[in-house]
Design a protein around this ligand. Structure first.
Ligand SMILES: [Fe+2]
Length: 275
């Protein structure tokens, strides 16, 4: 592991509030997941259950949902404190932007109550007008981080699309698994294209807490180490996620050099085929 201080790793995208979404179902599953994160050197976790933007526009439904998440989060947090006192467990949400003007004013919707909010587009597609939506969120005083831009369909011109998001004021978070083919070769290719364009601000797990799933952090780090990207890696996994908790903008991440890109990916594909 090339990261300079692996004990201070921060993960800003996961589904570890038990029983509220398609992530971990029980407190025990959360504890198992946290144990795996600690072995990877992660000490701070901001977990991000799914919520729909349309829910934020219905006061009663929103309150019900946030209350249910709070109760489940608190149960997990108590268990984590008892078993892993070294872990700082916090929360936010992953807000599905199914309406253009979600109400993000409740601090529980944002990452640890900061101005940062993790958002995703519906049905893993990029709808028309996303830069306008990003700009609207910024105008409300919040800083959107777009979850896994590499995973959306219709991202043929991924660099152009992500550049427009950046210009509108959004940050981009790539999943660890995307760098090693977890979501297919298209997502892997887009993830690297975005890194080569310097358009990624954070890496995170998007871990759903199931025993059969992998977190892919070490595999992703190895893929970047193979590209001599130690400075970028440190910013993507440690410095910038920690800055979210301090409500500070990410430090721009240097573009990954395209040099050994193709060969590295081919070697990775061969290795996975043989595994
Ligand atoms: Fe997610």
């Amino acid at each position: 592991m090339i990261l300079s201080d692996s004990t201070s790793l921060v993960d800003i995208h996961s589904h570890l509030v038990p029983g509220v979404d398609d992530g971990a179902k029980t407190v025990q599953a959360v504890l198992n997941a946290v144990e795996r994160f600690t072995r990877l050197g992660v000490r701070r976790i901001v977990t991000t259950p799914h919520i729909q933007g349309s829910t934020t526009l219905q006061t009663h439904r929103l309150e019900e949902r946030l209350e249910a998440v709070t109760v489940a989060f608190d149960r997990a947090a108590v268990a984590i404190r008892a078993e892993f006192p070294e872990v700082d467990f916090r929360r936010g949400h992953e807000v599905l932007i199914d309406v253009p003007e979600a109400d993000l004013s409740d601090r529980r919707l944002r990452l640890d109550g900061t101005s940062f909010v993790l958002i995703e587009w519906p049905r893993l597609q990029v709808p028309p007008g996303t830069p306008r939506v990003v700009r609207w969120i910024r105008d409300q005083g919040y800083r959107p981080i777009i979850a896994h831009p590499e995973r959306y369909g219709g991202m043929v011109n991924a660099v152009d699309v992500a550049s427009r998001w950046r210009a509108a004021g959004a940050y981009r978070q790539v999943n660890f698994g995307s760098l090693v083919g977890r979501y297919g070769s298209e997502a892997e290719s887009i993830a690297f294209r975005l890194l080569e364009a310097g358009l990624v601000d954070y890496l995170a797990s998007d871990f759903h807490g199931h025993a059969t799933l992998k977190i892919y952090q070490s595999e992703a780090c190895a893929a970047l180490e193979a590209r001599d990207a130690s400075e970028a890696l440190d910013l993507l996994c440690r410095v910038n996620p920690a800055r979210v908790l301090d409500d500070q903008e990410p430090i721009p991440v240097p573009a990954l050099s395209p040099g050994r890109n193709l060969m590295t990916r081919i070697r990775g594909m061969i290795k996975r085929e043989m595994a």
